[in-house]
Ligand binder design. Structure first.
Ligand code: ADP
Length: 272
């Protein structure tokens, strides 16, 4: 039996109900603030390529540029701005789906070595343009992992693209694996600009760029690492960055080697 008198008990119930409601209100306020901030960031980011494309197109329409090769240059630049806009919208959609928990992960067993070879094939041309080498640290046998193939493909594309972008010519980007019993650590290492500790904390925030103008020149959306972080976390892992300014950076993350649930069942079968 409760020793509290009924009035006191009712008072307590009202108090705890109010405290709960207060918490809900705080959560809603936090979400509204997040949405406002997100919208402000997005509008700002969208404006840049739109203004640039408008600028080139309206200058051409004015008829002030007579030289045909200059006119072509302007059109190309307008096209590039629109390409950037498309990239931004694609990344925004991906990020917002992931953040809203709308993207289902499709876990399956596959060979991560083959995936990395595909990434290397896809980005080799980009590396060659900067006289950079893109390679594996050594030869491996196939490495089976249990993960979402398409998402992990995107993670490695994003990390390697960054490694190529933020490195100077004639350097190399090296992909390596550390194979443990239960998981595999995948790493992407560059000898690029490096990242100082105060920036490392923030590079996974959406739209955060260390050098705004230079990063934009290099064609990024500022969303690549935010997407990487979400995907890796959805695999129960996290992205580790080790970096030294002027020397280079290594981004790494772990993936399970097999379906943990299936594995357990197999083990218990064997024990019987
Ligand atoms: P972006 O589209 O600008 O590349 P990201 O989210 O992929 O956006 O990266 C955020 C920022 O982190 C970049 O603008 C860059 O300043 C920094 N960064 C990312 N990867 C590297 C790297 N390998 N070396 C140095 N800086 C990097």
């Amino acid at each position: 039996k409760s020793t509290l008198n009924p009035l006191k008990r009712i008072n307590q119930e009202i108090y705890s109900y109010a405290a709960n409601k207060q918490q809900e209100i705080e959560e809603l306020k936090r979400m509204a603030a997040y949405r406002r901030e997100f919208l402000a960031d997005v509008s700002h980011e969208l404006k840049t390529p739109i203004f640039a494309a408008q600028g080139f197109i309206y200058t051409l329409l004015d008829g002030a540029v007579k030289d045909k090769s200059v006119r072509n240059k302007f059109l190309k630049k307008a096209g590039k701005s629109l390409d950037g806009l498309e990239m931004l919208v694609n990344d925004l959609l991906t990020l917002s789906h992931i953040e809203a928990g709308e993207i289902k992960m499709h876990f399956e067993s596959f060979d991560i070595l083959a995936l990395v070879h595909d990434v290397i094939d896809q980005l080799e041309g980009k590396a060659e343009k900067k006289h950079m080498q893109l390679k594996l640290d050594k030869a491996y046998e196939p490495i089976e992992v249990y993960a979402d193939y398409n998402r992990i493909y995107q993670v490695i594309i994003n990390l390697v693209t960054n490694a190529l972008k933020y490195s100077s010519e004639d350097t190399e980007v090296v992909i390596g694996f550390e194979i443990h019993k239960a998981d595999v650590e995948v790493s992407v290492k560059d000898n690029g600009s490096g990242i100082s500790p105060e920036h490392i904390k923030r590079i996974f925030d959406r739209f955060y760029r260390i050098d705004k103008s230079r990063s934009k020149d290099r064609g990024g959306t500022g969303l690549g690492l935010a997407i990487v972080k979400h995907i890796v976390e959805a695999h129960g892992s996290s992205v580790i960055v080790t970096s030294a300014v002027g020397k280079g950076s290594t981004f790494s993350f772990k993936l399970p080697r097999m379906n943990p649930i299936k594995h357990k069942v197999v083990e218990s079968d064997e024990a019987e």
